[in-house]
Design a protein. Sequence first.
Length: 438
Amino acid sequence: MRSIRAAATGAVILSLALAATACGGGSSTGGGSNDSPKTLTYWASNQGASVEVDKKVLQPELDKFEKETGIKVKLEVVPWSDLLNRILTATTSGQGPDVLNIGNTWSASLQSTGALLPWDEKNFDKIGGKDRFVDSALGSTGVQGQDPAAVPLYSMAYALYYNKQMFADAGITEPPATWDELVAAGQKLSKDGKWGLGAEGSNPSENIHHAFVFAKQHGADFFTADGKPDFTNDGVVAAVQQYVGLMAKDKIIAPGNAEYAQNQSVSDFAKGKNAMLLWQSASANLASQGMSEDAYGIAPVPVRSGTPGGGANVNSMVAGINMAVFKNTDNLDGATRFVKFMTSDTEQTILNKAYSSIPPVKAAQSDPAFSTPANAVLKDTLAKSAVALPQVAAESQFETAVGTAIKELFADTAAGRAVTTAAVKAKLEKAQQQMPAK
């Protein structure tokens, strides 16, 4: 999922509970129809540096679709800070768009509401077949064993971006491959008002993405095999403490980053205030802020010393955006045609180039644009060392509860309070108590 978003509020838990028996979409009838065949409403997630950038990217493609089909698409680009709550409101009210983008980590949670059109074999055949999509992207479309709740649209992975000149000035010749190396480099670089690494400490979703990777590298999971929350096991506690410790103990992240939630760490990196950045598919964002591709390098996210130490060789969660259709849309055929259009080889190439993401459609990946050094790292990570976040119905609550716990730990650090193992465990225990009973 795109990491510029702020997390949804605690209302998510109540909304999901209410939504479990509700339906959503563009029609209030409760079932799909073709009563309005000439129009579609589309909620697009904010993928670029601003909502206006997204409109400039998307509107020409929507105009192309209208010319081809006669169907006008009414576009609204929704900021990440609002998107999940607006979707949940739509599932409870029955009033929403026909087609929408969702963060792929929300797929299972939104699937559990029953509001989204299931993408069974018949529906996939309408858009060219399921085998057009790469496996890693399909793995984040809903609960395993059920028909997907959405179709992959943009694939992303985390990588380490580093400022070449700042590295050279500090005598660092290679990007760090382990966390020990990253900390050592970061401490060399943290001086004269500049810092080794940026973070979005006040963004619960961004926190979850990193904590999940750290936990996997510690050989730990946030949920048991049968889907029960297990937030206080030793591996998870150690992972969260290591992540927050980049600010608290290692002091390579500025304390002010505890308040960052909306792309500020990307802006700091583009301006040379931070030497390193852990981010999803950042090239287009950096370019929009005036940073030349020649100014930075890109490498896989580091692993634990010993590559990968005692855990799994995981460098990223499977990040990305899926496209969903509300089941009670009043233009079911048009919605399906629109998904087919947006996931066509041609559109996948255009859109993923614009957002520096990776096409989840296999054929589109052959375009030379996706073989640049930066995209090669992202493709390799997605193919070999990225893992989907837990595909459980309570995933959204998990992101909110644990992500907020980490946000509070960053705030404690910025305020000078010690982040001890006991403190971390207490925060995670409180987060686990907030989860719904299974």
